[in-house]
Write a protein that binds this ligand. Structure first.
Ligand SMILES: Cc1ncc(COP(=O)(O)O)c(C=O)c1O
Length: 346
């Protein structure tokens, strides 16, 4: 029986267009460490895609690096980064931001649907002892879009939160490990969901959506960009063969490839979620993009695994993620197997 992949969008392969771009970049020689023509032109492409005349871009090799280096550039060592309780930077990056940020503290903020709400954000800010040197001083708001649990912030919600951050002088970071999925779901532009909504620095994901160990930091804040020149080097992210990363990001952002890939993964999740809802499966989250947490007993989860479905198990639920590679046939076959297992369990 063939296995059907829902563990992670990281489990998917590299998109053919991106592999071709790597091959195309592999002719002759080019100067190292990002001084090549492809990397130079990437900055112009980023400015076009994000409609921002002074945006800058720093290719890095992982989302954790993009987050930790961005936040370190925005937060002083005595500062704190406020993020949702469930944020990857807080829960799943082994304190990378605190390490690169010279001890900067991460503070979780509550909020329904895995999103920070204006009232929970204001309450977190009001609880701070501002100006007290015994207390870390909030310096950055970090939003995850889409969230780690597959929900998205509307543009108004982002603007409201960034305006509150601005009242207290906080700068704003966006963890966009799956940003293309959010843009595809919202039907907005890259500018709308970032700097126009008050975001200063973005971790722009690409690997989960078809690239090969390549992500980027995109800045709309010159001071952060000036620091990132050195922070990326000190942390080992100014790779000597950066042209291959730049070639991928070029292909990714050209002719809306990133949005086309994300549109497929979102669409496949919509189909999967609709089919599961018909079977009476309950969801933990609202599957706004390509990720679904479905309530499932351990016994049923074991039966689903035996039926060749690959997913992560959580206490009382399973995590299902679709990708650019998920096909209509995958979803049809998966739903057949869910139906058989759920009917047997009923
Ligand atoms: C929301 C989010 N941010 C950041 C990351 C980190 O990416 P990486 O695993 O490339 O370090 C992930 C990875 O799963 C993620 O889901």
């Amino acid at each position: 029986m063939t296995q059907i992949e829902f563990r992670s969008d990281n489990a998917a392969g590299v998109a053919p267009e991106i592999l071709t771009a790597i091959g195309d970049a592999n002719t002759g020689t080019a100067i190292a460490y990002g001084a090549d023509d492809l990397t130079a032109s990437l900055e112009w492409l980023i400015r076009e895609v994000f409609e921002h005349p002074t945006a800058r871009v720093f290719p890095v090799t992982s989302g954790t690096a993009a987050n930790a280096l961005s936040l370190a550039a925005l937060c002083p060592p005595w500062g704190s980064v406020l993020c949702h309780d469930s944020a990857h930077i807080l829960q799943s990056e082994c304190g990378a931001t605190s390490m690169f940020g010279g001890g900067a503290v991460m503070r979780g903020v509550r909020g329904n649907d895995f999103r920070i709400q204006p009232d929970t954000f204001r309450a977190a800010l009001e609880a701070v002892r501002w100006g007290d040197p015994h207390h870390s001083q909030p310096a950055v708001l970090s939003l995850t879009q889409p969230t780690d649990m597959g929900t998205i912030y509307s543009l108004d919600e982002i603007s409201t939160l960034t305006a509150i951050a601005g009242e207290r002088g906080l700068r704003v970071h966006l963890d966009g490990a799956r940003m293309a999925n959010a843009i595809a779901a919202l039907g907005c532009s890259a500018a709308d969901v970032t700097w126009r909504a008050g975001v200063d620095v973005v971790s722009l994901g690409a690997t989960k959506n078809g690239a090969l160990s390549t992500e980027a930091i995109v800045t709309f804040d010159d001071a952060a960009a000036d620091e990132l020149v050195y922070r990326t080097k000190r942390s080992g992210h100014v790779t000597s063969k950066m042209r291959y990363q730049s070639a991928q990001l070029h292909a990714y952002l050209t002719d809306d490839l990133w949005l086309r890939l994300a549109t497929n993964s979102n669409r496949q999740m919509t189909r999967l979620a609709a089919g599961l809802a018909d079977l009476g499966v309950e969801f933990v989250n609202r599957p706004d993009v390509n990720m679904l947490f479905a309530r499932m007993s351990d016994d049923v989860a074991t039966e689903l695994e035996a039926a060749g479905l690959l997913f992560y198990r959580m206490p009382g639920s399973i995590r299902l993620v679709t990708s650019w590679q998920t096909s209509d046939a995958d979803i049809d076959a998966a739903l057949d197997r869910f139906r058989t297992v759920c009917e047997d369990a009923a």
